[in-house]
Design a protein around this ligand. Structure first.
Ligand code: GLA
Length: 355
C-alpha cells in the first residue's frame, strides 16, 4: 500500500535519507571528538501533501499503522509517531514566521530498526528535508542535521550526538565521512579499491531509550567535569590523568573515549595511505575498548567479531550506540568470497549485508 492508496491523491513532495554504519569512533561525537561513518544503501522515504482538514495524518508502512493528530504533544509510551511530531515541532519552532500547515504523510523504510545504523536520524532528516522543500525554507544540509539532532535531544529526550544526522544529511555513498564533531568540519574520503566492508546483524534489538546510552553520556560528562575539561575530545591520550577521576567505572568510560579519538585519527591516516592491515587492527582495538572499557557490547556481538576475524576479516567491531545491533567487518576484496563462505556457515545470508 502506497501514498495514493491511503490518501487517494499524489504526494506533492518526496524526500529520503540514508542509514549509516560507523566505521570507527563510538561515543566520541557528544564528547567533542572525531567519528568516521559511511552511508548505507538502506533508506527512509517520506512523501507528503497538504491536509486541508487541519489534521496531521501519518501512515507508517513499517508499522502498517495510521496516526491522526493535531497537536505536537509527545505520547506517554514512546510511540513511533513521536518522532514525526518532534520533527514538526522543531521545524515550526525554528521557522516561527511560517504559518502552521497540516499534512498527510507516508513513511516507508528499508532500514532495519533498532540495530545501531541510525534509523531514527534517517527518519528525522528525511522529514525535515521534505518540510524544507515544501516551504522552500532553504535550510542547508548542516543546519538540517542540527535540527534533526534537536528532535532527538530536546523532544525525544535522548542525549545523542551529531554524527548520525550529519552523515545522513551530508554523507555520500562509497565515501568515508570524517567528522570533527566540535566544529562540524568534515571530509569525504574515497575508500581504496581493494577494501570491502560488510555488516552482520547480531539481531539483538536495541533501543537507545531503554538502553544504557544516557547513562554512558552522564558518566562521560562526570569525567569531563572531574578532569576540568570542556570536552574529552580535547584530551591527549598521553596526558589522560585518570587519578583525577574518582569512580573506577567512569575512568574506564573516559579511557575508551580518549583512546577511541586517537584511533579515529590514525584510521583516517590509514585510509589515506591505503593501509588496510592497520585499519583492521584499529577496528579490533576499538571493539575491545568498546566491549571492555565502555561495556557496550554483548556476548553474541563479541562472538560475531571474533568469528569474522577468524574467517579472514582484517578488522571487525560493533557499530553504533552499543548494546547489540550490527557489527561491521573489513575484508580485502580478493578474499571476500572466501570470508563470506566461511562466515556463512555461522550466519545465514539474511543476516549479512555488503556495504
Ligand atoms: C548513537 C548516537 C550517536 C553516537 C553513537 C555512538 O548512534 O545517535 O550520536 O553517539 O550512538 O557512537
Amino acid at each position: 500500500m502506497g501514498f495514493e492508496d491511503i490518501f487517494k491523491h499524489k504526494p506533492q513532495i518526496k524526500e529520503s535519507a540514508n542509514a549509516r554504519v560507523n566505521l570507527i569512533g563510538e561515543h566520541t561525537d557528544y564528547t567533542g571528538g572525531y567519528v568516521m561513518p559511511t552511508l548505507l544503501n538502506f533508506k527512509n522515504t517520506v512523501e507528503l501533501s497538504k491536509n486541508d482538514e487541519k489534521k496531521f495524518v501519518v501512515f507508517s508502512q513499517y508499522f502498517n499503522e495510521k496516526k491522526v493528530f493535531n497537536d505536537f504533544i509527545k505520547s506517554k509510551n514512546s510511540d513511533w509517531s513521536d518522532y514525526i511530531k518532534g520533527c514538526f515541532f522543531i521545524f515550526f519552532d525554528e521557522n516561527k514566521k511560517i504559518k502552521l500547515e497540516h499534512f498527510n504523510m507516508y513513511i516507508k523504510s528499508t532500514i532495519p530498526l533498532g540495530r545501531g545504523i541510525s534509523s531514527s536520524s534517517a527518519l528525522c532528516v528525511s522529514i525535515l528535508k521534505a518540510l524544507n522543500t515544501y516551504f522552500n525554507t532553504q535550510i542547508n544540509e548542516k543546519h538540517l542535521a542540527i535540527l534533526a539532532k534537536k528532535v532527538e535531544n530536546e523532544y525525544i529526550g535522548i542525549s545523542s550526538g551529531i554524527m548520525d544526522q550529519m552523515v545522513s544529511s551530508i554523507g555520500r555513498y562509497e565515501k568515508a565521512f570524517f567528522l570533527d564533531c566540535l566544529n562540524l568540519k568534515y571530509e569525504l574520503i574515497n575508500f581504496p579499491s581493494n577494501w570491502k566492508f560488510c555488516l552482520i546483524d547480531s539481531e539483538v534489538q536495541r533501543n537507545l531509550r531503554s538502553s544504557s546510552y544516557n547513562d554512558r553520556f552522564n558518566e562521560l560528562k562526570i569525567a569531563e567535569k572531574e578532569l576540568d575539561v570542556e570536552y574529552l575530545g580535547g584530551v591527549d591520550l598521553n596526558k589522560f590523568d585518570s587519578d583525577k577521576i574518582s569512580d573506577p567505572t567512569v575512568i574506564k568510560r573516559a579511557r575508551h573515549v580518549v583512546s577511541e579519538n586517537n584511533r579515529v585519527l590514525k584510521a583516517k591516516e590509514c585510509l589515506l595511505k591505503d593501509d588496510i592491515n592497520q585499519f583492521g587492527k584499529l577496528m579490533i582495538e576499538s571493539h575491545n575498548s568498546y566491549s571492555k572499557d565502555f561495556e557496550a557490547s554483548t556476548a553474541d556481538v563479541d562472538e560475531i567479531v571474533k568469528r569474522s576475524f577468524q574467517c579472514g576479516a582484517l578488522g571487525a567491531r560493533l557499530t553504533g550506540g552499543g548494546f547489540g545491533g550490527f557489527t561491521v567487518s573489513l575484508i580485502e576484496k580478493e578474499k571476500f568470497s572466501d570470508w563470506y563462505k566461511k562466515i556463512n556457515k555461522y550466519y545465514p545470508k539474511e543476516k549479512i549485508f555488503e556495504v
